[in-house]
Ligand binder design. Sequence first.
Ligand SMILES: Nc1ncnc2c1ncn2[C@@H]1O[C@H](COP(=O)(O)OP(=O)(O)OP(=O)(O)O)[C@@H](O)[C@H]1O
Ligand SMILES: [Mg+2]
Length: 769
Amino acid sequence: MTHVPNDSGNLPADTTSFVGRRNEVARSRQLLSRTRLVTLTGPGGMGKSRLALRVAAQVRHSYPDGAWLVDLAAVEKEDLLEHAVLAALEPGHDMGRHPLATLTDHLDGKRLLLVLDNCEHLLQGCALLVHALLASAPGLHVVATSRQALGVAGEHLLTVSPLSAPDPDNPGQVATAGQSEALRLFADRAAAALGEHAPSDFGRAAALICHRLDGIPLAIELAAARMRVLTCEQILDRLDDRFALLTGGSRAALPRRQTMRAAVDWSFDLCEPREQLLWARLSVFPGTFDLEAVEKVCTGTGLARKEVLDAVTGLVDKSVLTREGDHLRARYRMLETLRQYGRGKLGDRGEAGQLRRRHRDHYRSLVLLAEAQWFTGRQTVWFTRLHQERANLRAALDFCLSHTGEGRAGLEMAGALWSHRLGAGSLEEERHWLARTLASDSTPSLARVKALWADGWMALLRGDTASAHTRLAECHMLANALGDLSAKAHVEQFDGLIALFRDDFARAVPLFESALRQYWAHGNLGDIWSTLFLLSLSCCLSADPRAAALCEESLALCESHDAQWSRAFALWISGLRLWLTGDVEQAVSALREGLGVASATDNRLALAQCLEVLAWARAGEGHCVEGSELLGAAGSVWSQVGATLPGVGRLLRHRTECEVLLRQTMGPTRFAARIRAGAGFTTEQAVARALGRPVPSPGAAQAPASALTPREAAVAELVAQGLADKQIAAQLVISPRTAQGHVQRTLAKLGFTSRTQIAIWVQEQTPRS
Ligand SMILES: Nc1ncnc2c1ncn2[C@@H]1O[C@H](COP(=O)(O)OP(=O)(O)OP(=O)(O)O)[C@@H](O)[C@H]1O
Ligand SMILES: [Mg+2]
């Protein structure tokens, strides 16, 4: 399923037909209109999640702030519950405060529907969270799905029953079985499996299958998927045999939970041995995963790498796996009931521990590779990829924390994710993992130095200087003890950063210079560039004559490596320098370019920085309304990112001067009103405002394909294939700058802010076969 978060929410589009449930939908809507928490309960596979999504889609228009889905199946621990909700509502979110406080702030004054899907394994955490959120946000409504009630005051339960199924003892009813929901579901899924060979009427055997399976949607889907190889009669025979075994040969009905279990057992037994093995092993992935991960994690005894594709195909054909829409890379998901079943089988095989370790090893390598390739043209691709893998990364980090002797690997992972989190705005989560991994392994190591350094950065960004000092002291001691040169460079850079945040440029500059020399000798390009960036910033702010050359060097390094994500920062600093030296026109041009790149690469920190300095520049030129709106917009992105750039004292002063100027010129009431208006902008609106274009109304993302010129459409295709500007330029035989211009215009026309959104949009435009 694909979704693009926007102001109306993040509900995924249906990828298969929805059947029946008219009464349940009506009843849920009625309950929602008079209560604020409705929990859909019922056994696994009964259709709770699907019903919740249906209801949410139907009532979405009643919630001006949208309907939002949070799938909790992949959240294994209660301590990440709030992060998961925040991450769904606001992909980059505030750090530095308790996530619950951030959540309540976010929901303050909003009318919004939250779908908390699959709560059963986090019952207590969900109950506490829902209770707190409902108490603090009067405009919030919640639909939860869970096998059990949450047990919160004011909760209304709706038990999800099976789909209506034909009764074989009532011949009249079998004749009109086309009316039954279960049979319609069976027919829809069988038709999808058989394509043009599907009969128009599946006959009595199909009705009996639905009856046998008690109308349980998941069981029916599993059976229908078998139509590729078996006839209805054959499926029925086999089901009869299985159920006869369970009921001691009699035709007595089974309890529903057993029916579901029997249906899954049956589906499992009909899989080839390799598919069975893979089913069990795949249960190690929470959420979605790609083929490469399956090959790395699930192969070995009983399943060779070259057999994986066939086995995955088999499981997709049998509806055990669903393919998710991602234009760049196919991903797969297993429904929770089937995953739990697989987990049981994995346990029976005694492979659970081994698989979790292999899962961790794979994601650890992935994170380290992303770090090694960070300062390259793949930056944006890695950014998206790590975001998609967040459930797996959490599970891998959790493995490190819950197994003795694995702390070092956890430190390496958390440390390596640092630059990704910086732009994604998930700083709070990064600190969560850093704090835990640092506590779990205190032996001196390079990984520890790196994690201390990363946590120090995060601490400074949130204005927590005391923690930064503590981290620096330990970093210093460890680097000396280890005698490692790159560790020493980290310490100097870190020390310089603390000085920079204190406006102590005389101290910061030589520290950055020294760190830079060491990184050139012993570090990687990412470290070199970030130090160069910090050195440029210090020189700009202290009017050092080297500032211009350093800013150029910083920009050139990004351009020569096609590191677009970093380039947004480099453009920001160039703009800042130009503005500080009085060249406002050039400054605005650099900052607007920076803003375009920041939004195209989803770099939220750079987005906030560019908006902020643009606000100062435009306000200084007398564009007071624009200046204050941009300031308001910057403020809201800052709070999403959770960093306080103006934490660098000198910058904070410029912000304050700008505010004073605007307040005096416009009067406090008008100023406050424009700040509020800017703070309410979506990212698209803020970018449009900053680029001097008309501010789109929210939801403009539905632009038709015809809005693009043929050249822009071709560029969109290539963006969707994951190509960077340079590669697009090579393909279309145009200059990289022109390619970049096309990308920017495409983003603007579609009302998007990121390349990923273009990719999803292209996919949605492509007719499905
Ligand atoms: N009304 C329906 N129309 C079409 N498909 C349905 C319907 N209800 C359920 N399904 C399908 O049946 C399968 C199981 O449904 P769903 O995931 O909603 O069950 P669930 O009760 O949430 O299970 P779990 O407890 O495992 O989370 C899914 O593939 C879903 O798309
Ligand atoms: Mg569910």
